[in-house]
Design a binder for this molecule. Sequence first.
Ligand code: BYC
Length: 322
Amino acid sequence: MAEPVPASTQEDLFEAVIAAEQRIEPRDWMPDAYRATLIRQIAQHAHSEIIGMQPEGNWLTRAPSLRRKAILLAKAQDEAGHGLYLYAAAETLGVDRAELTEKLISGRQKYSSIFNYPTLTFADVGVIGWLVDGAAICNQVPLCRCSYGPYARAMVRICKEESFHQRQGYELLMTLMRGTEAQRRMVQDAVDRWWWPSLMMFGPSDADSPNTARSMAWRIKRHTNDELRQRFVDMTVPQAEHLGVTLPDPELRWNEERGGWDFGEPDWSELTRVIRGQGPCNAQRVERRRAAHEDGAWVREAAVAYAAKRSAEQHTEEENGK
Ligand code: BYC
C-alpha cells in the first residue's frame, strides 16, 4: 500500500507546480488559504457577471432598433453563460452554487462595484461595452494564465466574448457620435459618469490592497491592481480621441519619460462606500437578484423532481434487465 504523502512534501509539490507555471487541478493538494482565495475571487467574479446583466437589461425593452435589441440580448445571454462557467469553476473547489447564490443575496459575498451605477440613457449601453468590458478585458486576459486550471480555462472563452462585447460598445458609440448634437452630448455625459467607476473596477490602490501580494505569489493574479489600471488608461485614451470624447480628468497627460499616461486619483472613499453596499443601486440590484431567484424556485424544484424520476426509472430498467 502506498505511504501517505507528508504535508511538507505536498506543499513542496504545490509550490513546484506554481513555480514551473503549471496548473493546479481540482484533485491536487492545495493550501486551505489558496482554496479560500480562489473561492472568494471566482464567486465574486461569477456574481458580477450575473448582477452585471441588470444595468444593461434596463434597456432591453427600449433599444432603439431590432438590431440593437438583438445585440443587447445576445450580450446579456453571454454574461449569464460566463456566470455559469464561473460557478462551475468554483464548484470544483468544493462549494455549491446554491450556497454561493445564497451568500450573494444575503450580502455576505461581494460583486463588482461597477454594477451599482444606474444606466440613464442608451449611450450607457455603449459606454458599458467600451469602458466596462474594456476594463474587464485588461483585468481578465492575465487570468487566462492563473495557476488554477478550471478558472484559467474558463477565462479563455470569456475573454473572447468580452472582446466582442467591447467592440459592439465602441461601434454603438461611433454611430451615436456620427449622429446629432444631442446624441454626441448623450455619449459625453455617459463617459463622464462611467469613467471613474471604471477605473475603480481594478480595486483599491496597491498600497491598500490586502490580497494582492499573496495572490501574486500564488500566481492567481498576474499583475497588481495599479498595473492593470495603468494599462487600461493607456489603451483607452487613444480610443477616446478617435471617438471624439473627453475623459473627465484634468490631470490626464502623456508622460514621455515612462511612456504612459499620468492620471488623477480616483475617489477611493466612493469605492469603499459602494463596496459596503451604499452605492446608488446596490439595494435594488440585490433585491432584483433575490426576486429572480425566488421566482425561479419552481424551475429548480421541477428539475430535481425530474432527475429523481429519471433515476428511479433507470433503477427499474436495471432491475428488469437483470
Ligand atoms: N468591487 O485586496 P483587493 C464583467 C474588494 S464582470 C467590489 O485588491 P483582490 C462584466 C475585494 O474583493 C467583472 N469589491 O482584492 C459583467 C476585497 O474584498 P474581500 C468582474 C472589490 O481580490 C457583465 C477588497 O476589496 N471581474 O466584466 O486581490 C457586463 C480588497 O481588494 C473591488 C472580476 O471579478 C471592486 N471593484 O483584487 C459587463 C475579476 N475591488 O473579498 C462586464 C476577478 C476590490 O477581501 N477579480 N474589491 O472582502 C479580480 O481580479 C480581483 O478580485 C480584483 C480585486 C482585482 C477585483
